[in-house]
Design a protein around this ligand. Structure first.
Ligand code: ZN
Length: 247
């Protein structure tokens, strides 16, 4: 199975997919630009195949026909495109990369290429949601020691919950006393807003990786219930023509 964003699908020439674990397991990863994801903030500006495997957490390109993508378990997979279809990006954003500024770095790639932030469309695939993301209370202090401290202080009530939100039969059970539940997508949303992305241009697939054991891999779930490692691939590619001046 694969999921698609209507906002991205509406951009001429751009094709994309958020693959589930079954589709991901048979997907030929040699079709996408090979990167080593390191929970950092660097984004590769892909023009030609690099000599060595770059340690980056995102790829940005205007090369038509070249698939780019990321592999995730609980982190957020972001697929991005300029509304004119000339530029695309794939980004792996967990709490670490988001706290360090990967979302702003991704947007900067587009604005450096002359695209207004208001003309960037972002689709976000499956990720761990606040039904399942238990953190210790000291995690707040960890985030307050990152470049995102101001945003965390400002949105603390929204980001940290005392009880899980929208939990269900598959959700993670509390493992610690006095723990909190972190809203990773809300953290991402705050950063998208700071980077100037309009909320109307953001498409969320509100599917929790932990809660969907038959379809999605979850790092957190495997720490609770040992199982074979599975991950999901998210891919995007631009077409041979785009409506902007840069082709
Ligand atoms: Zn969940």
């Amino acid at each position: 199975m694969a999921w698609f964003s209507r906002l991205l699908a509406d951009i001429p020439g751009v094709r994309h997919a958020f693959l589930d674990v079954h589709e991901s397991s048979v997907f030929d990863k040699s079709r996408i630009v090979d990167i080593k994801q390191v929970h950092g903030t660097d984004i590769l500006n892909f023009t030609t195949t690099p000599h060595s495997r770059p340690h980056v957490d995102g790829v940005f390109t205007s090369v038509s026909g070249q698939q780019i993508g990321i592999v995730t378990a609980d982190c957020l997979p972001l697929l991005m495109a300029s509304r004119d279809g000339c530029f695309v990006a794939s980004v792996h954003a967990g709490w670490q990369g988001t706290a360090q500024g990967i979302i702003q770095q991704s947007v900067k790639r587009f604005t450096d290429a002359g695209i207004d932030a208001a003309d960037i469309v972002v689709a976000i695939g499956p990720h761990i949601r606040p039904c399942c993301y238990e953190v210790s209370s000291s995690f707040l202090d960890v985030l307050l020691a990152t470049p995102s401290a101001e945003q965390v202080r400002q949105h603390q009530q929204k980001l940290f919950l005392n009880v899980p939100r929208n939990s269900n039969a598959h959700s993670a059970r509390a493992r610690e006393e006095n723990s909190l539940w972190f809203d990773l997508p809300a953290f991402c949303q705050v950063h998208l807003q700071v980077a100037g992305i309009r909320s109307a241009n953001v498409d969320w697939l509100e599917k929790c990786t932990y809660c969907a054991p038959k379809e999605l891999g979850s790092y957190r779930r495997r720490t609770h219930f040992p199982a074979t490692k599975t991950q999901q691939v998210s891919v995007i590619v631009r077409g041979s023509e785009c409506s902007g001046l840069s082709t």
